[in-house]
Write a protein that binds this ligand. Structure first.
Ligand code: SF4
Length: 367
């Protein structure tokens, strides 16, 4: 008989409430968005807008700005108005800045539950202001700033403690009939973080913002985030993501976009299929792959480019790609859509690939 279809690799998205962060829809009906956070002093409007422009160009969908002082709060209207992407104000401790951010037209506000007790008498007011302006709230629980009551109950920042803290605070808003909420429960340990999100996913239908907090420098942080997000996205959990790196925020956006592209959750752009090289390689594959990647950075047309070191898998992979090179003997056979179009000497491989890529991009643009 006909073999049964294998189950799809990724589970269907977990059904959530939908909300709008400015023009960007968040929730199971919308694609997963990539976020980052500026590192400029928010009060420096020009520097902040410049960085937001760079993040936007890198593919960032939503940006968060810290708001620790009155000067920062005063800068919010200009930033929220001029930013190309929705701006979320990140506020700790100070309810008055929450109101300022809502008034400023920020697309959302992030508040911290470890501090919300200080807001206690303000929750109703915040809920009312946010509802009046259609401003969603992200409840951002971090292991480092758990509510002391929950921390002492659980002994430490366990997955259960993180989830309980977030749901307790969501409940404070829900009491005032405010549900435009997105939740994050960040921890530096991917295993704890994954479990915390799984618990939340079972217990509520709010959209979830994924993050491994304090994930570390670029190499470690990239791996921790990719592993944790992969485990959750596999289950259909996660509506927005932020990769936290001790590195410039543009790097966070690139990594976040790559994670989504790797799971086919975002259309693939440039993809380099390059071999690891081995004793058979007849060209410098690392250098070739780096140079081709650098030369094609920022290409908007989806393109798979194969860079292969020898003739063993080279022609096969190069033929499967839109464009490729199979190297051998100081030369490169250049393939376009499966056909060898020419053979060039090694020093001409990179420029030929880039030329051909531009031609393909132009043709795709005209089509
Ligand atoms: Fe080695 Fe050739 Fe495979 Fe590259 S393509 S890893 S050089 S066998």
């Amino acid at each position: 008989g006909i073999p049964a279809m294998p189950p799809p690799v990724l589970a269907e998205r977990r059904k959530t409430r939908q909300l709008m962060v400015g023009p960007v829809g968040v929730g199971s009906e919308h694609s997963i968005s990539v976020q980052s956070m500026t590192t400029t002093v928010t009060a420096d409007v020009n520097a902040t807008l410049q960085q937001i422009a760079e993040l936007t160009a890198a593919g960032c969908d939503i940006v968060r700005v810290a708001c620790p002082s009155a000067d920062d709060a005063e800068a919010l209207p200009a930033i929220a108005t001029k930013s190309q992407i929705p701006v979320i104000a990140d506020i700790h401790f100070q309810p008055k800045y929450v109101f300022a951010a809502i008034e400023a037209g920020c697309a959302a506000v992030r508040v911290n539950p470890g501090n919300i007790k200080k807001f206690d008498d303000k929750v109703a007011e915040i809920a009312r202001a946010a509802k009046d302006h259609g401003t969603p709230i992200r409840i951002g629980v971090n292991a480092g700033s758990l509510d002391p009551r929950i921390l002492s109950k659980h002994g430490k920042a366990t997955p259960e403690a993180l989830a309980e803290s977030a749901l307790w605070e969501a409940g404070l808003f829900a009491e005032h009939d405010f549900h435009d909420i997105k939740i994050s429960v960040k921890h530096h340990d991917p295993v704890t973080m994954i479990r915390a999100y799984e618990i939340l996913a079972e217990q509520c239908d709010y959209p979830l913002h994924l993050g491994v907090t304090e994930a570390g420098p670029a190499f470690q942080g990239t791996i921790k985030s990719a592993v944790a997000f992969g485990a959750l996205l596999r289950q259909g959990i996660g509506d927005t993501i932020r990769v936290s790196l001790s590195a410039p925020p543009v790097e966070e956006v690139k990594v976040g976009s790559q994670i989504l592209q790797s799971l086919n959750l975002r259309p693939r752009k440039l993809e380099i299929v390059s071999c690891p090289s081995c004793g058979r390689a007849q060209v410098d594959v690392y250098k070739l792959a780096d140079e081709v990647t650098a030369g094609l950075e920022g290409m908007e047309v989806p393109l798979r480019v194969a860079v292969m070191g020898c003739v063993v898998n080279g022609p096969g992979e190069a033929r499967e790609a839109d464009l490729g090179v199979a190297s051998g003997n100081g030369k490169g056979q250049i393939f376009v859509k499966g056909e060898v179009i020419k053979t060039v000497p090694e020093h001409k491989i990179v420029e030929t690939l880039i030329e051909e890529a531009m031609r393909i991009a132009e043709e795709a643009g005209e089509a």
